[in-house]
Ligand binder design. Structure first.
Ligand SMILES: [Zn+2]
Ligand SMILES: [Zn+2]
Length: 759
């Protein structure tokens, strides 16, 4: 550009590309500042001002005032709207001990003479550490802030218990360590004024139900020590934030501040239909924008994808060294180095998995590429919100994946631009979750009927049931845990929890990287090409038991793609019932998955070079499922080929699963489905809808109860959807393990109608 100052960057060329099918621009909006709350101590104001924040925004003060008046409250505003300062104001005021007393209204907590304390809970360790840094920067020196997690040593734990005024931790630590040892935490818990639950929207589904159990136990134990902390939630926008927040913390609802008054910069969101391939277009945009000087993040769904995008972008970029990749599984040192160079601006382009969504707060990002719709609108906006954090011009490009869901969204841009984000689903009363937490609560302090105050109406029934199973002992209306082991050790908040596999260079013994146990089969099976930081490694062996994979350097022009098989067997019938003419079964099943081989593909053309079988163990999971089959007579009458029957069953499975959350209080990601055109046991087309967790989580059982309404609604949706040939509103599922291949909406409707009519 001649004769002018270049401010920001020029990405008009992106919007001029033919691949852009729609775009929407949001104009900049000024923020609405407010004066500091009168109760916020002067030394705190000084400390915050010293960081460059001269005045808070109106919504921050609104939330802080609610918190200061001891109202349980949620702040539910977009990424980057300053939620941290909103909850830190009351926390700092209370824990520095200089706060003016709250003015009359509201329930006044029973304060003890103990030091005033606050607890912060984040879903990940990394985020808690990030918040320790943020809080330390904003707090006056009198506030003693510390992180508490699995890495804290004995001395750090003692410091947290005995001296800290603000402890930042995660739900696992509260569950496994703080609550079972609550006597040692008595002085900290007795002084607790606030419990901050950050990223509250992460606590949905089963994990959410567990965290809800932990929070109820925590509030109950605080009560034993005379404290009634105010619950403060910070979450992404959700239409039902008040009731969701209430369910999470154990109240009927919480107060909500959901209108952000912080300034927003101008932002353009564009929808992109790739012409070559998703990966090529993502890397082309990443290289082009980085060369233009725009700091750009590309969100790529898989780890391998992020590596490949960064390699391809480096090849096209003017300054390849300024582009890198990031994902979970990097070593802590590598991760910190990447974060630092992103923050300094030295790194211009980064291809990342959603591991970046948490844990680091980078403010200079100008452009975000979302490579493939992430499955939920809330996740999309979360990723988009990474751009333009400091008010600069921002660009967001959603690149469609080659699947019907993304294609459908690009045909209906209003579903991206104007649709409300999803409701948050949470069912803390699920007896499969609440029961074990009641047992843990009983070990923490004997349980009585009065504890329904914390755990809800089903408390007594469940406690009696646990006593019947000899888990608890009933002694005159008080239930005790009398077993020698720890009740908390029977509860896994996150379900999956095996230690990651170390990837080791054969020649040197050096650890190259880490990978989740669950993903190891697919990623580092023998013969796999493993990509790390843009370098390719060839895997020679994998030992899942020891948690090691051995690799050596590799420079051939191909990559690999794992192939797997999936199977389901019914083990035991629990109940059967008729739903109109259809026979429905509830039972225990065994799911088996196995990586059976891999394809070698040309790095450039992606052509399949060959297919190699591998010998890896099958992974089994026992859980609960509901299922129904096509009776032989009906199968015969329809006269369909196996492929047609399979397509009908598969489509029916998707629609049924998609609709189940409307009838059973579960998150659709907590359940799964399998359909087969010819199940080996029944010799008939069979549709299974199963719990997503080992041992079952109660959703399949609930589905069995509500099957009449549920299956009728499934039929209504199949017959009523106005699309031609199936769409995400009927049969297309973002969770499909078979990439939505072989679906037939019309035959699914025909088949289900016939089933319900009894053949
Ligand atoms: Zn449709
Ligand atoms: Zn499917």
């Amino acid at each position: 550009m001649l004769g002018g100052t270049v401010v920001g960057v020029d990405w008009e060329w992106v919007l001029d590309c033919d691949e852009v099918v729609a775009s929407r621009r949001r104009e900049a909006r000024a923020g609405i500042p407010a004066p500091w709350p009168s109760w916020f101590p002067a030394d705190c104001v000084d400390a915050v001002r010293a960081t460059g924040i001269h005045q808070p925004w109106q919504h921050q003060v609104e939330f802080a005032d609610l918190a200061h008046a001891h109202k349980h409250a949620a702040i539910s505003t977009p990424t980057g709207s300053g939620k941290s300062l909103a909850y830190l104001m009351p926390v700092l005021a209370a824990t520095t001990g200089n706060a003016a007393p709250p003015s009359g209204q509201g329930a006044r907590p029973r304060f003890t003479r103990q030091r005033p304390t606050a607890l912060y809970i984040a879903p990940t360790k990394a985020l808690a550490h990030d918040q320790v840094r943020a809080a330390t920067a904003l707090a006056p020196s009198s506030c003693r802030i510390t992180a508490l997690d699995g890495d804290s040593d004995v001395e750090e734990r003692r410091y947290a218990r005995e001296h800290a005024s603000f402890v930042l931790t995660n739900p696992d630590m509260v569950h496994f360590s703080m609550l079972p040892n609550h006597q040692r935490w008595a002085s900290f818990l007795g002084g607790l004024r606030y419990i901050v639950v950050d990223e509250a929207h992460r606590y949905h589904g089963m994990f959410g139900a567990h965290v809800a159990g932990v929070l109820r136990r925590l509030r109950r134990v605080c009560d034993l020590y005379g404290a009634s902390p105010t619950m403060l939630l910070s979450s992404a926008t959700a239409p039902n934030a008040a009731t969701f927040g209430g369910r999470l913390v154990g109240e009927s609802a919480v107060e909500v501040v959901d209108e952000s008054t912080s300034p927003v910069g101008p932002r353009t969101v564009a929808l992109w239909q790739p012409t070559s391939s998703l990966r090529q277009d993502t890397s082309r945009l990443l290289a082009g924008l980085s060369d233009d000087g725009a700091q750009t993040l590309a969100f790529v769904p898989s780890r391998a994808g992020a590596e490949l995008v960064s390699v391809a972008a480096q090849e096209q970029a003017g300054e390849p060294a300024r582009i890198a990749s990031y994902r979970g599984g990097y070593l802590a040192m590598e991760r910190r180095a990447l974060e630092a160079s992103l923050q300094s601006g030295e790194l211009r382009g980064l291809a990342t998995t959603n591991a970046l969504e948490l844990g680091i707060d980078v403010s200079g990002i100008e452009a975000v590429l979302v490579s493939g719709y992430p499955g939920r609108l809330s996740s999309f906006w979360q990723q988009a919100g990474r751009a333009g954090r400091t008010g600069q011009e921002a660009l967001v490009v959603l690149l469609a994946r080659e699947n019907p869901l993304d294609a459908y969204l690009l045909e209906h841009p209003e579903l991206i631009f104007d649709a409300p984000v999803e409701h948050l689903v949470l069912h803390p009363e699920n007896p499969h979750v609440l029961g074990p937490h009641l047992a843990a609560a009983a070990q923490e302090h004997p349980l009585t009927a009065a504890d329904a105050r914390w755990f809800g109406d089903t408390t007594v029934d469940l406690a009696e049931e646990l006593a019947g199973q000899k888990v608890l002992r009933d002694r005159g209306g008080r239930w005790y845990w009398t077993r020698p082991d720890r009740a908390v050790d029977h509860i896994n908040l996150r379900a999956a929890g095996q230690k990651p596999v170390e990837i080791i260079e054969h020649a040197t013994g050096k650890v190259v990287g880490l990978i989740d146990h669950e993903a190891a089969d697919r990623t580092v099976h023998p013969g796999a090409v493993y990509l790390h930081q843009g370098e390719a490694w060839h895997v020679s062996s994998l030992d899942l038991e020891d948690g090691h994979a051995f690799v050596s350097r590799f420079a051939e022009p191909y990559y690999t793609q794992a192939q797997s098989s999936f199977d389901i067997d019914s083990l035991q019938v629990v109940r059967r019932r008729r739903v109109s003419g259809l026979e429905l079964t509830l039972g225990r099943v065994r799911l088996t998955s196995q990586v059976t081989g891999y394809l070698r593909r040309d790095e450039v053309t992606h052509e399949v070079l060959d297919c190699t079988p591998v010998d890896l163990p099958a992974h089994r999971m026992m859980t609960e499922a509901v299922w129904w089959s096509v009776p032989p007579a009906l199968g015969k009458a329809l006269g369909w080929a196996p492929l047609e029957m399979g397509a009908a069953a598969h489509a029916m499975e998707h629609t049924a699963i998609g609709l189940l959350p409307a009838f059973a209080p579960c998150d659709r990601w907590d359940i799964g489905g399998v359909s087969t055109p010819m199940h080996p046991e029944t010799d008939m087309a069979t549709i299974f809808v199963h719990d997503g967790l080992p041992g079952g989580s109660g959703f399949a059982a609930h589905a069995f109860e509500v099957a009449q309404d549920w299956l009728e609604a499934t039929l209504e949706r199949l017959e009523g959807c106005e699309c031609v040939g199936g769409c995400p509103a009927c049969v297309v599922s973002p969770k499909c393990g078979n990439a939505n291949q072989v679906l037939d909406k019309d035959k699914a409707a025909q088949l289900l109608r016939a089933l319900l009519q009894g053949g």
